[in-house]
Design a protein around this ligand. Structure first.
Ligand SMILES: C[S@@+](CC[C@H](N)C(=O)[O-])C[C@H]1O[C@@H](n2cnc3c(N)ncnc32)[C@H](O)[C@@H]1O
Length: 335
């Protein structure tokens, strides 16, 4: 998934930095701003127990599957290998997504083609029905929801995020979408997934490696990914404005406002119970380099790594002049 602040292309930088400072023998890796879950997934594959968390429900869904599901799922109520055929051939139904985010319903919004919106509704409704009549387990439910979110996201008619839709259907949005199975990462270690404010959760958990990747600018994830949230929850929210935003006052991140970001960051570091803390942040973030160094140094021995990084696609046309930023990994060995 193309995601603001995704660490997909920085995985080796993150792994090398962590191994250099903390070695390879740690067991519990906490990823408290998990987003797509790509960092937790990487460390789960390396054999760690992951504690994953994010404020957004769509992110919880993704991580509930990628981190929480560790065995291939049987779908024992269905003929072997048939569940995705059943979903892809679900009886067409016009639901919340078609009615509010496709042009054919008269919504005046063009986030999806009419046929993809109807298909998304049909599949989403079927997954809910199968879960509520106990034809699928909780694990299977989150696996199917993750597969739907990942598949439909590739056909969204947006420049990259859901803050606005394009005026004409772009090529990938014109193509019919099919739900394809999401990857399942096999593991025999315990894995935990939460959907909380990281500053609350920090008070209840203990980590060997605490990895923090909070938002670094004012762009709230709740408004940039509101459609994924609605597909995940399918809770028919009241919508506002031209872009059909759902209310997100309870999901506004303190890390997206200069006034509160430093305070929230100092609070999470102060309350961390970890052997090592690693923070991904870039040189254009709301919290300054010196503020980070000061706050983290109070916790123990501090250091940092840096790497040049190509800017997120959607940001290239914005107000920035440079095409690359410097990505830092700040670390502290806690005392
Ligand atoms: C930079 S992104 C993380 C990207 C992730 N590492 C990846 O590679 O996909 C920041 C994430 O923090 C989440 N977030 C923001 N404030 C939060 C908070 N107070 N508690 C938990 N998650 C939060 C956002 O929803 C977003 O998914």
């Amino acid at each position: 998934m193309n995601y603001i602040g995704s660490k997909l292309s920085l995985l080796s930088f993150i792994q090398n930095s962590i191994f250099e400072v903390a070695g390879t023998t740690n067991e519990i890796f906490c990823d408290l701003f998990a987003g797509t879950g790509i960092v937790g997934r990487h460390f789960k594959k390396l054999g760690y127990s992951i504690v994953s968390n994010d404020l957004q429900y769509y992110s919880y869904v993704l991580n509930r599957h990628y981190i929480g599901n560790s065995q291939n799922l049987a779908f024992s109520n269905f003929p072997a290998g048939k569940i995705f055929d059943i979903l892809n051939n679900a009886t067409p139904k016009k639901g919340f997504i078609f009615n509010n985010y496709a042009f054919g319903s008269g919504s005046n919004r063009l986030y999806f083609s009419d046929s993809n919106a109807i298909k998304c509704d049909s599949i989403r409704l079927l997954i809910e029905e199968l879960h509520s009549n106990n034809s699928i387990s909780d694990n299977e439910y989150f696996f199917l929801l993750t597969s739907l979110l990942e598949s439909i996201d590739k056909h969204a008619n947006t420049a990259s995020v859901y803050a606005a839709f394009l005026k004409k259907l772009k090529k990938s949005a014109q193509k019919d979408f099919y739900v394809a199975p999401a990857e399942t990462i096999i593991s025999h270690k315990p894995q935990l997934v939460f959907n909380q404010d990281a500053n609350k959760l920090i008070r209840e958990i203990k980590a060997d490696i605490l990895y923090l990747d909070p938002p670094y600018n004012e762009r709230q994830y709740a408004s940039n990914y509101h459609l994924l949230e609605t597909i995940a929850k399918y809770d028919s929210p009241v919508l506002i404005g031209k872009t059909g935003l759902r209310d997100y006052k309870n999901q506004k991140s303190e890390y997206c406002r200069k006034q509160s970001a430093v305070h929230a960051f100092a609070d999470i570091i102060r309350n961390a119970n970890a052997k090592y803390i690693f923070l991904s942040y870039n040189n254009e973030g709301l919290i300054s380099f010196d503020e980070i160094r000061y706050i983290m140094s109070n916790k123990g021995k501090y250091g940092y790594f840096e790497q040049k990084y190509n800017r997120f696609k959607a940001d290239k046309h914005r107000e920035y002049s440079a095409d690359s930023t410097t990505e830092y990994i700040h670390w502290v060995k806690c005392e």
